[in-house]
Design a protein around this ligand. Structure first.
Ligand SMILES: [Zn+2]
Length: 679
């Protein structure tokens, strides 16, 4: 069979890839990878970069280049057949990576290179790759004695079973509750789109009327818009008690025990590997160095935002009382009266804003901005192989005429395409002998498609999203690192990876930049000043309350992992109470079981890492503040960001790179200022 996934072409042959190609290609490449690893390990006793690391990076590259289009097409042109083929390969790929992480001969070979005279002659990126590899081997328990190694494996397996049980409970509990509403008056206040959704849900259950559920869009529309206070209370209670010992399904699907076991096993795992607690283990591969760095950072932000958050809440209370006679604002009233208040003070019509952001202005504007900042040229390529006619393809050249990267742009929502927006890598930069493999990225969004003669019109949120993903894309494409393991976004610390993306969002709030990317789709008139002023005013609405809520989540996550004590157990709600005491301004009702559905930290990868969101925001705000000082289109500052951050990928510690760019360590001042929170 002629398998396009094995063709090894510079770009994937999307139009030829069929579900039946997937398993044979991945099977063959995994078999080749395994035998190549063995072969290189056995060929010599004197390991070097050239005879071991480089060939293994090529093996990885081959596998990535075959898997990347499969995984991408599974997300953007899904079908049952493709999904089956994709899912069938996932366990094979994860088995391979576990196997490599636990390959002792491979670990010894890397250690040989690290201890050899050659190590000092390797460049920064190569040394970083070897240090990262040794770190990851250790984190997968490779140098434990046999008994501990077995315990490590048991713990890992049990943890993954517990995480999936946690998710299943949450899913079952979320699906278990619904409420059928027969009288339209009970849903007064809901916008048309939410009503239509509720009606459709009822229909799909063969019922007349409207059905509300615990799916997030349904929940949030009731919380935000439903005038019926008792309905909001009931819905809130069902949502806030999912998978717990409280609420309408108390005791069914209760995650309480799962959480206790997860915390206990994470702690034991960390101790096995020589850390004091799981928070330390989590930081081993992150930019923050020690637990105190994280807690001080979060507490510092909390101290500086608390007063502002109190003021936000007082204003909301006053508004609810003055305009609606509500004297006892409850958790199920917060979103509702906040929305009323937002409409009252900042009547900002997204429909009006949209008319100034046709994609035909936004995209050239985005390109013009990065061209100015980094001295690039972006041009469209007409003829290329693709997975859908909507897709466009672009190339980026630098000032010296060098091709730096290419990207596919897939902007519009359609059936069989996963929601949301993201950047993914298609090809990564690496050098072999004299040839450089230039990076290729996928940029995917789900904007409303154009209709007839009207171009696609973007909300300001969507414009910001496009800038965000483009920032990730530039990080991947502009890298000058020659070695795969740390080129582009590879090897970048988890808590620093959002720096280049959130950084780009800042230009969406600068009038000078908006002038480049806005223009009414009929009259070409720039975004009017009055509208811009309203957008800025609405931007920081309740910023203090939003900030302390994120800090509450982050501190809670970090403390339950840092302070775990096998003698005392998880003390989950006790810790949450203490954190709220310290930073929260809104206190939820006693029955609230927030932790029972906080799957980011219990089932996802964010355990003792939820703080990363705020951490990266601080980095991006602080980096942007240098542009505020020097001018938002200052070329020297742009070039400095390019050479110190974007080009370096994961080849150096993120803190080192940040200091090289900013001339000092990050501070929280710019983030507070950008959120309208005075110091
Ligand atoms: Zn991002």
């Amino acid at each position: 069979m002629n398998n396009p996934l094995l063709a090894n072409t510079p770009l994937p042959l999307f139009s030829q890839i069929k579900p039946e190609h997937v398993a044979p290609a991945i099977d063959q490449l995994l078999a080749e990878a395994r035998s190549s690893v063995e072969q290189h390990l056995q060929a010599t006793q004197h390991y070097t970069w050239k005879n071991l690391v480089e060939p293994l990076e090529n093996v990885d590259d081959r596998l990535n280049k075959a898997w990347s289009p499969v995984s991408h097409m599974n997300s953007v042109v899904n079908s049952d057949e493709l999904r089956d083929a994709y899912n069938a390969c996932l366990p094979k790929l994860s088995a391979y990576s576990t196997e490599m992480g636990q390959n002792e001969a491979l670990f010894k070979a890397y250690r040989f290179i690290a201890d050899s005279k050659e190590f000092a002659t390797l460049d920064t990126a190569q040394q970083k790759i070897i240090r990262n590899a040794l770190r990851d081997f250790k984190l997968s328990g490779i140098d434990l004695d046999d008994e501990k190694k077995q315990r490590y494996k048991d713990i890992s397996q049990e943890l993954s079973a517990l995480a999936s049980n946690y998710e299943e409970n949450l899913l079952d509990a979320t699906n278990a509750w619904s409420k059928l509403i027969r009288d339209a008056d009970d849903l007064a206040g809901l916008p048309e789109s939410a009503l239509a959704q509720a009606q459709q849900t009822a229909e799909s259950h063969n019922e007349d009327g409207w059905m509300i559920t615990l799916q997030f869009p349904s929940y949030i529309s009731v919380m935000t818009y439903a005038d019926n206070r008792e309905l909001r209370r009931e819905h809130y209670e069902a949502f806030a008690t999912r998978a717990s010992d409280q609420g309408p399904h108390a005791g069914q699907w209760d995650n309480g025990e799962n959480m206790e076991k997860i915390l206990a096993l994470r702690h034991e795992k960390a101790r096995l590997l020589g850390f004091n607690n799981y928070a330390e283990l989590s930081l081993a591969a992150k930019m923050a160095e020690k637990p105190d760095d994280v807690t001080h950072f979060l507490e510092d932000l909390a101290d500086r935002s608390w007063r502002h958050a109190r003021k936000d809440l007082a204003e909301l209370r006053e508004f609810a009382q003055q305009h609606y006679g509500i004297n006892d604002l409850q958790s199920w009233d917060m979103a509702y009266f906040s929305e009323k208040m937002r409409q009252h003070f900042y009547q900002l019509s997204q429909e009006e804003v949209k008319t100034y952001f046709p994609i035909t202005r936004v995209l050239p504007g985005l390109f013009a901005i990065v061209e100015k900042l980094y001295g690039l040229q972006i041009t469209e390529i007409g003829d290329f192989d693709s997975w859908h006619p909507d897709v466009r393809f672009f190339q980026i050249h630098d000032q010296s005429g060098q091709l730096r990267g290419r990207f596919y742009l897939d902007l519009y929502a359609r059936a069989k395409k996963r929601g949301g927006a993201w950047m993914d890598d298609c090809v990564s930069r690496k050098r072999s002998d004299d040839t450089i493999q230039t990076p290729v990225a996928y940029l995917t969004c789900n904007f409303t498609p154009p209709t007839g003669d009207t171009p696609a019109l973007l909300t300001h949120d969507e414009v910001t999203t496009l800038f965000h993903e483009f920032g990730h894309g530039l990080h991947h494409m502009l890298t000058q690192v020659d070695h795969l393991g740390v080129s582009g976004i590879n090897g970048v610390e988890w808590d620093a990876v959002e720096l280049p993306s959130q950084f780009m969002e800042n230009w969406c709030w600068e009038q000078e930049a908006l002038a480049l990317m806005s223009g009414h789709y009929q009259t070409d008139e720039k975004l009017p000043d009055a509208l811009f002023d309203k957008m800025i005013a609405a931007k920081n609405f309740q910023a203090g309350m939003i900030m302390v809520r994120q800090l509450e989540f982050s501190l809670f996550d970090f403390r339950i992992h840092r302070d775990y004590d096998p003698e005392k157990g998880g003390r989950i709600y006790e810790t949450l109470e203490q954190v709220r005491e310290q930073v929260a301004v809104v206190r939820p009702p006693k029955f609230n079981r927030f932790a029972h559905s906080f799957s980011h930290i219990f089932a996802g990868g964010y355990g003792a890492g939820y703080y990363s969101y705020k951490w990266a925001e601080v980095l991006s705000s602080d980096a942007f503040s240098l542009f505020e000082e020097k001018g938002i289109f200052d070329q020297d500052t742009g070039r400095a960001f390019l050479t110190n951050i974007l080009e370096k990928g994961g080849s150096q510690d993120a803190m080192e790179l940040f200091i090289n760019f900013r001339g000092r360590k990050p501070t929280i001042d710019a983030l507070l200022r950008h959120n309208g929170i005075a110091a």
